[in-house]
Design a protein around this ligand. Structure first.
Ligand SMILES: C[S@@+](CC[C@H](N)C(=O)[O-])C[C@H]1O[C@@H](n2cnc3c(N)ncnc32)[C@H](O)[C@@H]1O
Length: 401
């Protein structure tokens, strides 16, 4: 990103990074908040802030290597300056905050520190080791792929429009998109823009949903009229997709532990003209009461998110190794308990947005070994290095008795 030498933009960048790294805030929310509270900035300024913040979150460890010290609230300006000093084509503004940054020294320190591949790729050691141990040679390919910027992909809401009509309407607003032919309802933005401001979004013609994520609902083979349970529905990205595939016919029960997520789901459902969804907060007896009741079940399981680091680079620094063990136990329990919701002859999809086999095929293998009344129909891992989109695993499992 070319430097825009305006101090107020750099203040925007440093303040946002402070919130993300030291106040526990999420990168996407913080960037949004900064941009919203500075409406005077034009498109170029906004792009500069968003891109610089995301780059610095993604490349934190590499930049720390080039600084030879860790990022702290006291070194944020040095952190930002060092990032730009790493590019020999850029000239740092002559501000007091950058006075002690000498580009030649930065490049020398970078040369030495990046001999450690975890520094060069900007991952914490524990995560790099876990990835290598779990995925072998594939890990480096995925690391590269997840260090690039995530494209913005739309899922066309077939309850309201079709891909051609939406593409044309956006083009009239000078928003160019391309059709992703391998994905039934996907359009990719050719340039980043605030798509949420358009009437098409407000009218529910599309949702923003990664292309990989758009493969999960169709994998469940739902039909109009079925009774479907979406057991970890969250704010409903996949619930809405299921409803569209079911042409609003039949019944979807969208469940989660958290009511606030389901409230957001209801808001989105209204915008999407989705009418066949009922929400339910999971309580102690909820799952037991629903046994043997569903034709289809989606378990979009809570996971490490290690397939979506491209989109959520801050997770590299926020995830803890202990969390991986905890989430593995949660997934095992969810699979064992929730799988009883489907009727004999019914099917479920178990999905994660992780590329770790422990959360995916190994989790499913363990389930099938302990539950011989279920069988695997098919499974698929979509790797970021192969698709350019987020990484997702999905397994289609049938209850046979
Ligand atoms: C991967 S996210 C779901 C994303 C959502 N399906 C979508 O498409 O937008 C996993 C969800 O599982 C929920 N969750 C965590 N533990 C759960 C449990 N034991 N039972 C049901 N849901 C759970 C989380 O609150 C979170 O919303």
């Amino acid at each position: 990103m070319k430097i825009l030498p305006y101090k107020n933009l750099f203040v925007g960048v440093t303040d946002t990074l402070q919130q993300i790294f030291f106040e526990g805030k999420y990168a996407d929310k913080e960037v949004e908040r900064t941009l919203k509270s500075n409406k005077q900035w034009g498109a170029r300024d906004r792009a500069f802030i968003a891109e610089t913040v995301y780059d610095l979150v993604r490349w934190k460890r590499l930049v720390e290597g080039a600084m030879s010290r860790p990022l702290s609230p006291d070194t944020i300006w040095e952190f930002v300056g060092t990032w730009f000093a790493l590019d020999p084509e850029q000239t740092l503004p002559k501000w007091e905050e950058f006075q002690k940054i000498y580009p030649k020294e930065v490049l020398k320190r970078h040369h030495n520190s990046s001999k450690n591949v975890a520094v060069a790729e900007s991952y914490p050691d524990w995560m790099f080791e876990l990835g290598e141990k779990s995925l072998g040679n594939r890990w480096l390919d995925e690391v590269h792929a997840m260090n690039s910027q995530a494209p913005t992909v739309l899922r066309v809401n077939s309850l309201k429009t079709d891909r051609k009509t939406l593409q044309k309407a956006l083009k009239e607003r000078r928003i160019k998109t391309k059709v992703l032919s391998k994905y039934q309802d996907a359009l990719e933005l050719e340039e980043k823009t605030n798509i949420f401001r358009t009437d098409e979004f407000q009218n529910g013609w599309f949702e923003v949903q990664d292309a990989g994520s758009q493969l999960i609902a169709p994998y469940l083979r739902v039909q109009p009229g079925m009774r479907v349970v979406d057991a970890c529905a969250g704010a409903g990205g996949k619930t809405l997709h299921l409803a569209a595939l079911m042409e609003n016919k039949g019944q979807i029960i969208a469940m989660d532990l958290y009511d606030w997520k389901l409230k957001e789901l209801k808001r989105r459902a209204k915008r999407n003209n989705v009418q066949n969804v009922q929400t339910k907060v999971i309580e102690v007896k909820t799952i037991k009461r629903m046994e043997n009741s569903a034709d289809r079940l989606l378990i979009d399981a809570p996971c490490s998110g290690m397939g979506v680091l491209k989109r959520n680079p801050d997770a590299k620094w926020k995830l803890r190794p202990e969390f991986i063990d905890e989430i593995l136990a949660t997934q095992e329990k969810i699979l064992a308990d929730y799988s009883k919701i489907i009727k004999v002859g019914g099917m479920m999809v178990y999905a994660t947005c992780s590329i770790l086999p422990q959360e995916n095929e190994q989790q499913v293998e363990k389930f099938l070994k302990n539950h011989p009344n279920y069988k695997m129909v098919s499974d698929k891992m979509h790797y970021p290095s192969q698709t350019n989109y987020d990484g997702f695993y999905m397994a289609l499992i049938e209850r046979i008795s």
